[in-house]
Design a protein around this ligand. Structure first.
Ligand code: GMT
Length: 378
């Protein structure tokens, strides 16, 4: 198949899923065309069967807000025509589904068929999408899509409730490449000493440091853990809450125990170094960072929100708490990190969950099957 993929190419779960999906599909022989304003950050540019088409937005002085959505629609239509795309797959509804709709209409007027699929990721529905200024057009974009997928059952139900969308929404959960995201003992032995001493535990958090991730809770939990168990914290990513986290670390005088490693491409090399992942988010429609950690045999202490319980089974492959319950999360982290056998059992269960249910080898064929069905009915 020839597939166009559009996403936010920056540091964020939806862009990661879209990019990894493109990489996996290309490895299975499909021709993948990314259509975005810059190359998705996890692409190396050396992958076979992957093409990148930049969306350039002209910045005429009259435009206080350059119309990216229109430039995107134009580029989508051009690429689809020049490369005979079979379908477009857009990740994150706003504004991508509306641009795809325009591209489909432009091509239809010239007798070309271009079905498009929208994948809903979370904040496009739970935050941005329900803002009154975007709701009607987001709902329209979803309803006009030839296929709609959601990354969890939670998000499907939330979309139905919040938008009153009646059309079919297929749940296709996020995935991870279990051969790439895996704990390799040699690599761990070589790299872990850079981040923690042998007698110390290493905790990790990975996000875009937005308020929804509650980075302050990560630092608060770590501060309490560090009082009972010698430990270090690795913070992967960057974003608006970073300086608050740095300030809080100084207040607790634990700044020397925290590694702010910033945005990293190869998180598969860093995650396996850790003993425990902290994900105290206010909301997660799925929680991709937790899945990536789980595949690396790192269990998560997280919050019972959104789609997280569809990934983490409390007490089996991780532990779930109410949002903001720092005391309970700290106590559980200390208990788990102090009990080697329990920690190992949970690490094994985390890896097994990733392997049994969320490996790309299982999920990508589900996408392929869905593409076939959408193309067949349009
Ligand atoms: O969580 C973010 O701030 C980023 C956001 C995105 O769209 O990039 O993440 C959403 O999509 C991820 C990939 O499907 C999910 O794993 C996240 O749970 C989801 N975030 C929220 O629902 C808050």
């Amino acid at each position: 198949m020839k597939i166009g993929i559009t996403c936010y190419p920056t540091y964020g779960g939806s862009g990661v899923v879209a990019t990894e999906l493109g990489i996996e599909l290309a490895a299975r022989g499909h021709d993948i065309h990314f259509i975005t304003y810059s190359p998705p950050f996890r692409l190396t540019g050396r992958e076979a069967n992957i093409h990148f088409h930049e969306v350039a937005v002209s910045n005429y002085p009259l435009f206080e807000h350059p119309p990216y959505d229109l430039a995107l629609a134009t580029r989508m239509a051009e690429v689809a025509e020049f490369y005979s795309l079979d379908l477009l797959h857009v990740h994150y509804a706003i504004p991508h589904s509306v641009s795809a709709l325009l591209a489909r209409q432009m091509l239809a007027s010239r007798g070309h068929l271009l079905p498009f699929i929208t994948t809903l990721h979370g904040t496009d529905i739970t935050l941005v999408g329900i803002d009154r200024s975007y709701l009607p057009i987001t709902k329209f974009g979803i309803e006009q899509s030839d296929g709609v997928t959601a990354i969890s059952s939670y998000l499907r139900e939330r979309t139905r409730e919040a938008f009153g969308v009646q059309s079919e929404i297929e749940v296709i959960r996020n995935f991870v490449n279990c051969d790439v995201y895996v704990r390799k003992p040699d690599l761990v032995s070589a790299m872990r000493p850079r981040f923690a001493n042998p007698d110390e535990r290493l905790l990790v958090h990975l996000s875009n440091f937005r308020p929804v991730k509650r980075i302050q809770d990560v630092v608060e939990v770590f501060a309490r853990v560090n009082r009972s168990v010698p430990a270090r914290l690795m913070l992967i990513g960057d974003g608006p809450e970073r300086s608050d986290a740095e300030y809080l670390a100084r207040e607790h005088n634990i700044q020397d125990r925290i590694h702010f490693v910033g945005k990293q491409d190869n998180v598969n090399e860093l995650l396996p170094l850790a003993d425990l992942m902290l994900m105290p988010s206010e909301m997660e429609s799925f929680g991709l960072a937790a899945l990536e950690a789980m595949a690396c045999s790192v269990p998560t202490i997280g919050t019972r929100v959104g789609g997280v319980p569809e990934l983490i089974e409390d007490g089996h492959n991780g532990l779930l708490f109410e949002v903001g319950d720092i005391d309970a999360m700290s106590a559980a982290s200390i208990a788990l990190l102090s009990d080697e056998e329990w920690l190992r059992a949970m690490a094994r269960a985390a890896r097994k969950t990733a392997q049994d249910h969320f490996c790309s080898s299982r999920v990508i064929p589900i996408y392929e099957d869905y593409y076939d069905r959408v193309i067949a009915r349009t």
